[in-house]
Design a protein around this ligand. Structure first.
Ligand code: KG4
Ligand code: ZN
Length: 330
């Protein structure tokens, strides 16, 4: 049995978790920073980094206490080493290095995207490689063929904004504040998804890439016109994102017949309309559909600990001079 401590601090969640290789989550804690960033309508990197400095040590002590273990019981320490906001990534990575050095344990430098990509395997023991992953978060929108640990083929990415970014910007335009995705989803529930004509960028193109900048501009024009109910704008925007994700994923699924399953991960996967549409698409391709529970979709320490479990099992660890990488494609 192996036990891994995972640390996450790449954006605006400070998180830690203890996870075993037999998929038991012994403890996990997440502290968000909504209150700190809300006045600015988005994540302020310097404020985020300082908040991680204040919170990470108590959270690590907290998960060790929750699980009733000490660092001596841990087999390795996994920390997000990128991609993300550099200040926050450095806080988590340096903390991981210090703990690893002090306790004489290996350090595992985890790519945050690999954390999202492998997280469905933490909760689904039957999910086998290779699988097609739609990774949709605030910073990323990608289609990846996950062939194994450390083995990814990127089929598509966004040529401008990420899907979560589009949700956050739409929320800001509608005066819904931050964080935007859940607020847009709530408002959309009262709206007509066909009321406001909005573009579906890149839909129909042969390569499965994404683009959301034009959609965002169209939402801005629709809001400025004053001609539409905010709920209709939210619902129409959400429908446009659904249509883009489905069309692009359909192309990727057709290109990857070897995929055992269709998997979604990342914060935007918390969206009910998006999950429902993706479920239908997977069924049409006769693939099983796997989506982690909502708490595992948004940033958390358990996904980093689990990526650590998988990398540790593969014999992978990293030197203590490993550098934080603000940009780090899978
Ligand atoms: O994966 P995540 O927690 O952080 C990143 O690595 O980016 O994703 C956060 C993103 C934000 O853009 C947030 O607005 C979006 O996920 N999000 C949602 C929902 N919940 C979170 N977007 C749409 N609907 C939701 N229910
Ligand atoms: Zn994330």
């Amino acid at each position: 049995m192996s036990l891994i401590l995972g640390l996450e601090s790449s954006c605006d969640e400070t998180a830690a978790a203890l996870v075993t290789d037999d998929r038991r989550i012994l403890a996990h804690r997440v502290a968000g920073q909504e209150a700190e960033h809300r006045p600015y309508g988005g994540v302020v990197p310097e404020i985020a980094a300082r908040a991680h400095v204040d919170r990470l040590a108590p959270i690590v002590e907290g998960v060790l206490a929750d699980a009733g273990v000490t660092l001596a019981d841990v087999d390795a320490i996994a920390a997000t080493a990128g991609p993300g906001l550099i200040g926050g990534v450095m806080v988590g990575l340096v903390t991981g290095k210090a703990l690893a050095h002090a306790a004489g344990k290996p350090l595992i430098a985890v790519n945050h995207l690999e954390g999202h990509a492998l997280s469905p395997r933490l909760v689904d023991p039957d999910l086998r490689f290779p699988y097609l992953l739609l990774l949709v978060s605030g910073g990323h929108c990608q289609l990846l063929l996950v062939r194994g640990v450390d083995d990814y083929r990127r089929l598509a990415t966004t040529i401008d904004d990420a899907a979560g970014e589009a949700f956050d910007k739409t929320a800001k335009l509608l005066g819904l504040g931050y964080p935007g995705g859940p607020a847009v989803e709530r408002l959309a529930a009262d709206g007509d998804p066909h009321a406001v004509p909005l573009p579906r960028p890149l839909v129909g193109s042969a390569e499965p890439h994404f683009s959301f900048a034009g959609l965002k501009s169209a939402v801005a024009r629709a809001v400025a016109s004053g001609a539409h109910r905010p709920a209709d704008v939210a619902a129409s925007f959400q429908q446009a994102v659904v249509d883009c994700l489905i069309d692009r994923s359909r192309i990727a699924l057709a290109a990857c017949p070897e995929a055992t399953s269709f998997v979604v991960a990342g914060g935007v996967a918390a969206n009910g309309a998006i999950r429902a549409a993706l479920t239908g698409l997977a069924a049409a391709f006769e693939k099983s559909f796997v989506a982690p529970p909502l708490w595992l979709c948004t940033d958390n320490g358990a996904m980093i600990a689990w990526a650590g479990v998988e990398r540790f099992a593969a014999g992978l660890s990293d030197p203590l001079d490993t550098a934080a990488r603000p940009r780090w494609p899978l």
